[in-house]
Write a protein that binds this ligand. Structure first.
Ligand code: D9A
Length: 474
């Protein structure tokens, strides 16, 4: 029902959904019939954990697809152990700390999660995941193992009830463990695959930002859900300026302070935006680009949605499905991604308010995004000819043709359209001519249409003359 209302209010998004559902062709499609049972099972488990992101992973180049899929499943399993509040801490800690060893042990599974844990089944079938992990190239296995080791350590540290996120440093450290490390691991996979510049294996600061931008946006958006689960990742040094207790932000009487608190959280996340754009601007493989860009455009859209939005304190606010499809369809080139970032920076800027203590900082950060795009993206003031060529190139790539073939196809299509139009116009004129031969009075019709009445005298003259003629004829 909500979807239908959304589509009435935003009709262009309906088109995006149809385009995605009907016309979307995967860049690289899997061939499940050529896969062994265990690999197919891993992709089924992937579908169970995250439908939308699963589709994005499956379109990666075959060189990277399985490695990223296994990486995702392993991380998800680790996360499920960390999240499970029914596990006693003395059991949880050793599992987190030794996880990188378990993923190399044949037949290892974990069945101790609470019944209601979302990805419990994945942990039960870890033996299947391990089987496929061991088939990956050794350099991919090494990356996955390294990241699991560091992340398990970090998660164990933060599982301690007495440790909470107080300073901005704490926030960055926590986000580094659960998300920044994922970015670093993926960058090392890109470098090892040979599909991207080897330098990506060393760009740890930028890779970290890729994770931090996503995670910090999630942390703002998930305020309510996390609070209901009895935890929070909003750092105390921020929320304590606006309320005595983190849960007080949700009280109606604190609304204006609470909204300013979101602003400060948004500032903290927005600081990573230009790093994200810089990271994306260096990618050269189309499938890697799409995979990295899609979550980031979703994140900036979510950030502009949560900015100064009091609904955050009551429920999980989510971007519309149509908006998500629009972004998945378009996140295939830096130009589009930059436009989405600028668009949302402007939306944030519009809702910025002078009474907000972070007013100037927000303004600055939005300006920084805008300036980055002006400096780095080839100017939009291309000549019409260049624009036409770029469009032909884009479509050619999409249709699997060369640009020359695409241009010829475009020309043929134009000729067909011109012929059809000429036929109907010609037929219309012919019919009008025949009608005129048969006595149609276009002069009278024209006068009536233009509302310019013929002078009375001419009308009378005509009537009289025709009558007189008939008299004469009589
Ligand atoms: C990612 Cl292998 C994530 N996380 C995401 C998803 O994107 C990143 C977890 C495991 C992997 C990758 C991601 C994608 C592309 C490039 C990246 C990257 O770095 C270079 O990670 C930084 O959120 C989880 C962390 C943020 C904790 C890392 C995107 C995703 N989206 C969800 C939607 C949602 O709201 O969570 O999972 C989905 O589509 O279901």
């Amino acid at each position: 029902m909500g979807l239908i209302l959304d589509l009435i209010l935003h009709p262009s998004e309906a088109q995006a959904i149809v385009q995605y559902k009907v016309w979307h062709e995967p860049l690289h499609a899997r061939e499940p019939e050529n896969e062994c049972d265990t690999l197919r099972r891993c992709y089924e488990l992937l579908d169970l954990t995250s439908r939308s992101f699963s589709a994005v992973i499956q379109e990666l180049s075959p060189e990277l697809r399985d490695a990223v899929m296994i990486f995702y499943l392993v991380l998800r399993a680790l996360d499920t152990v960390e999240d499970d509040m029914t596990l006693p801490i003395e059991r949880k800690l050793p599992v987190l700390r030794n996880f990188h060893e378990y993923i190399t042990q044949d037949g290892w599974t974990f069945k101790e999660n609470g019944e209601n844990e979302k990805d419990r089944q994945l942990c039960i079938e870890m033996d299947t995941v391990i089987l496929e992990y061991k088939k990956l190239k050794p350099e991919y296995q090494a990356v996955i193992k390294d990241i699991c080791k560091e992340m398990g350590e970090g998660m164990a540290y933060y599982s301690d009830e007495t440790i909470s996120v107080v300073t901005l440093k704490d926030l960055d450290k926590y986000c580094h463990y659960v998300a920044g490390l994922v970015g670093e691991g993926l960058s090392r996979l890109w470098a090892n695959s040979g599909l991207e510049n080897k330098k990506y294996g060393e760009l740890m600061e930028l890779s970290n930002s890729m994770g931090l931008f996503l995670q910090k946006t999630n942390i703002i958006r998930d305020y309510r859900e996390d609070l209901d689960d009895g935890r929070t990742f909003w750092p105390k040094c921020i929320w304590s300026k606006y309320a005595d207790d983190i849960s007080d932000l949700a009280k109606v009487e604190n609304q204006s302070a609470a909204i300013n608190c979101i602003s400060e959280m948004t500032c903290n996340a927005l600081e990573h935006a230009t790093d994200v754009l810089l990271y994306l601007s260096g990618l050269r493989n189309q499938s890697v680009f799409n995979f990295c860009a899609i979550p980031q455009v979703m994140a900036i859209a979510s950030l502009s949605l949560v900015f100064r939005n009091p609904a955050v304190f009551q429920k999980n606010v989510k971007i519309r499905k149509g908006q998500a499809c629009q972004m998945i369809n378009g996140a295939t080139n830096l130009q589009f991604v930059a436009e989405v970032f600028v668009k949302h920076a402007r939306l944030i800027h519009q809702r910025n308010h002078p009474s907000d203590p972070n007013f100037l900082r927000i303004s600055q950060l939005c300006g920084k995004i805008e300036q980055w795009v002006i400096d780095v993206i080839p100017p939009i003031s291309a000549t019409p000819k260049q624009v036409a060529w770029a469009r032909a190139e884009e479509r050619a790539r999409h249709n699997g043709m060369t640009v020359e073939e695409q241009k010829q196809a475009d020309k043929d299509m134009k000729i067909v359209i011109a012929c059809v139009v000429a036929f109907w116009v010609g037929l219309g004129l012919l019919m009008a001519f025949v009608a005129w031969l048969l006595g149609a009075r276009y002069d009278l019709a024209w006068a009536e249409l233009t509302g310019r009445d013929m002078p009375v005298s001419t009308v009378v003259e005509k009537v009289v003359s025709s009558q007189s003629r008939s008299f004469e004829e009589l």
